[in-house]
Design a protein around this ligand. Structure first.
Ligand code: GLC
Length: 409
């Protein structure tokens, strides 16, 4: 079991599901958040998007409403992505929102909306930077090729980062997470996170910055070993985008199937991980309807089964059945059918105690259970019968088994 922090960072254990938002100038060309690097667009062609960015339909309350409706408990926005454009008012560069036609501090607007509702606010910040001349762009992954007039200096650049993180941790009230990305130079400097901890004691910090931070960040389903593990040995927050090709808004993006997202969520969350699910708003600030609809559908499922994640502990070691994962809370044992079930019964081997009740959380129906000896399995084990596998093909079923005398095993 993963130890809690025992301090204000423990909010992270309560709010298990968050909204990730990738948003910036790249919403204008609407192809990929890394379009500048992937399509080798010269700075002088990309940077003028800052003179166009004018998200007059940005409505932070609507974003938070959508997150809450989906069952999410926090939001994490890209304050600065790899392109280096800052969505916040900063004294450290002119390349920021105040010098766009919008001319208002977006981060301040979001922060005010979050604090009004006590909704945890998290800041994504990219170390890789395609605008700052001191960032050592060397053509490594997530970097531009060497730029002729740059003055690469990682120490000077780290001071820039430190000053901006200080602004983010000072000017926007409570910050619940600093979500680093892409420390490509692998520069280690523990003092940066130390500063965050001093300024924002409730902030959890991820592992992509200047030291290992508080939690790991497996991305999409790239790392099958992580996805297939039956437990995690460090605090984890998986991140995933609705768009299969891009995190930022892309016209005609291919979207993941809802079933894929639900299975991914369940496979991480039932092992104790948090899940950060990403949308890419359009340049005017609107979250595209297709993404809103997807979140609503995911939320309908999640809100039905969320008691199996929130406040529970992962206990998959209590069964030998590799097709299911288990969580528990008090006298309730939750069974997660994170893989597509191949049959309508399931075995909780080696558990051989009958629960008082087995409930399918998806619709509240009770399912029959017996402690049975089955052909070729000579010991009696708990079996649950009549799973509605046809009805829920394409969905993720979660059951609650109530053991009033305590969960066996
Ligand atoms: C990857 C992408 C980056 C995105 C991040 C989110 O690192 O390169 O664009 O912001 O994932 O986890």
């Amino acid at each position: 079991m993963i130890e809690r922090f025992g301090d204000d960072r423990d909010w992270f254990f309560e709010k298990r599901f968050g909204l990730f938002v990738h948003w910036g100038l790249y919403a204008i060309p609407a192809w990929h958040e890394q379009i500048q690097q992937i399509k080798v667009i010269p700075r002088e062609e990309y940077e003028p998007y800052a003179k166009e960015f004018n998200p007059t339909n940005f409505d932070p309350d609507a974003w938070i409403d959508l997150a809450i409706e989906t069952g999410m408990g926090y939001i994490c926005l890209t304050t600065k992505h790899h392109d280096g454009f800052c969505l916040f008012d900063t004294a450290e560069t002119d390349y920021n929102i105040m010098n766009s036609p919008y001319g208002k501090d977006l981060i301040k607007e979001l922060a005010d909306a979050c604090h009004k509702r006590d909704f945890p606010l998290c800041f994504y910040y990219s170390v890789a930077d395609w605008h700052n001349i001191n960032y050592p762009n060397e053509g490594r992954h997530h970097e531009l090729l060497v730029q002729p007039n740059d003055e690469p200096d990682i120490l000077k650049y780290t001071e820039y980062v430190r000053a901006q993180i200080r602004e983010l941790c000072t000017n926007y009230g409570k910050v619940s997470c600093i979500w680093w990305d892409m420390n490509v130079p692998e520069h280690i400097d523990k003092s940066v996170n130390d500063m965050i901890r001093e300024l924002q004691p409730a902030a959890v910090i991820n592992d992509r910055g200047f030291d290992p931070g508080d939690f790991g960040t497996p991305e999409r389903d790239y790392d099958q070993a992580t996805r297939n593990a039956r437990s995690f040995d460090r605090l984890t927050e998986a991140c995933q985008s609705l768009g299969s090709k891009s995190w930022g808004y892309k016209t005609d993006d291919d979207y993941y199937g809802i079933e894929h997202i639900k299975r991914s969520m369940d496979s991480f969350m039932s092992k104790g991980a948090n899940y950060l699910l990403n949308v890419g708003p359009m340049a005017d600030g609107t979250i595209p309807q297709v993404q809103v609809d997807m979140l609503k559908e995911i939320g309908t499922w999640f809100n039905g089964v969320k008691e199996s994640y929130i406040g529970t502990d992962p206990v998959s070691e209590k069964t030998h059945n590799q097709d299911i994962l288990l969580t528990e809370n008090g006298n309730s044992l939750y069974v997660h059918l994170y893989k597509m079930p191949s049959e309508s019964s399931l075995s909780l081997m080696p558990i051989n105690t009958l629960p008082a009740k087995a409930v399918l959380l998806n619709d509240g129906r009770e399912l029959p259970c017996r402690v049975d000896v089955l052909p070729k399995i000579f010991e009696p084990y708990l079996q649950v019968y009549d799973l509605p596998i046809e009805q829920y093909a394409g969905d993720v079923m979660v059951l609650r088994l109530d053991f009033p005398d305590g969960i066996p095993g």
